[in-house]
Ligand binder design. Structure first.
Ligand code: TYD
Length: 211
């Protein structure tokens, strides 16, 4: 992975489906802009680019019949395209980019059916985030939230799969902590305000550590 090359900051939020990432990226944007006077741009993977758009069609079932390896390659290709088209230009300007899912999502979702060494290989040219925030919510909690508020079941939204994804998240979290990368674990089972508050504290600590 490439790292440490620009003035801007690259922050990623990760968690299983229904863990509240999309809500928290919005709140984080507001917090960064008002507290630090920076410009913060929101991003998401799969991206809104051509490869990300194709991936979404497979995820929502409008297109069918892709094998696990091809899907993993599409996610990696989308990430490289996203790095070049959106993430790097923002960082080079010195702005912040907050991304809803990134590399860990490939490790934990595609990691169910593919080996980790190969996933690392196909993702080796992507930029390393400055900070990865993991919103920890157990599958039994997110499934209650998902079935309560959405009517479309996406292919990944089943308990057994989510449990596997969750376990994979804990593994990667542990590995990155041990290799001293910047990661933070947030208790996502609290109410929204408390989750938001904990993310703010983590960001303050990150900035204090950096200065
Ligand atoms: P999600 O982020 O929930 O987007 P939306 O709310 O618009 O449906 O869905 C994206 C899904 O894609 C999610 O189940 C995780 C999965 N995913 C992967 O399997 N691998 C990846 O590399 C990424 C970025 C996402």
């Amino acid at each position: 992975m490439y790292k440490g090359r620009t003035k801007g900051k690259f922050i990623v939020l990760e968690g299983i489906d229904g863990s509240g990432i999309s809500t928290q990226v919005q709140k984080l944007k507001g917090f960064l802009e008002t507290t630090y006077g920076v410009k913060a741009i929101l991003a998401k993977e799969p991206s809104e680019g051509p490869i990300g758009t194709l991936i979404r069609q497979f995820l929502n079932g409008r297109m069918v019949g892709i094998d696990d390896k091809s899907l993993a390659l599409l996610f990696a290709a989308d990430r490289i395209d996203h790095n070049i088209e959106k993430i790097m230009p923002v960082l080079e300007k010195g702005d912040y980019i907050i991304c809803d899912r990134y590399l860990w999502s490939s490790y934990v979702y595609q990691g169910i059916k593919n080996d980790m060494a190969w996933l690392q290989e196909i993702n080796k040219y992507v930029y390393e985030p400055d900070l990865t925030i993991f919103i920890k919510v157990r599958p039994e909690i997110t499934l209650q939230r998902i079935t309560g508020s959405r009517y479309k079941t996406e292919i990944f939204e089943e308990h057994k799969v989510l449990q596997h994804v969750f376990d994979n998240y804990l593994k990667i979290l542990d590995e990155w902590k041990r290799s001293r990368k910047n990661v933070v674990e947030i208790n996502g089972e609290q109410n929204l305000e408390s989750v938001e508050k904990d993310i703010r504290l983590a960001i303050k600590k990150y900035h204090a550590d950096m200065s």
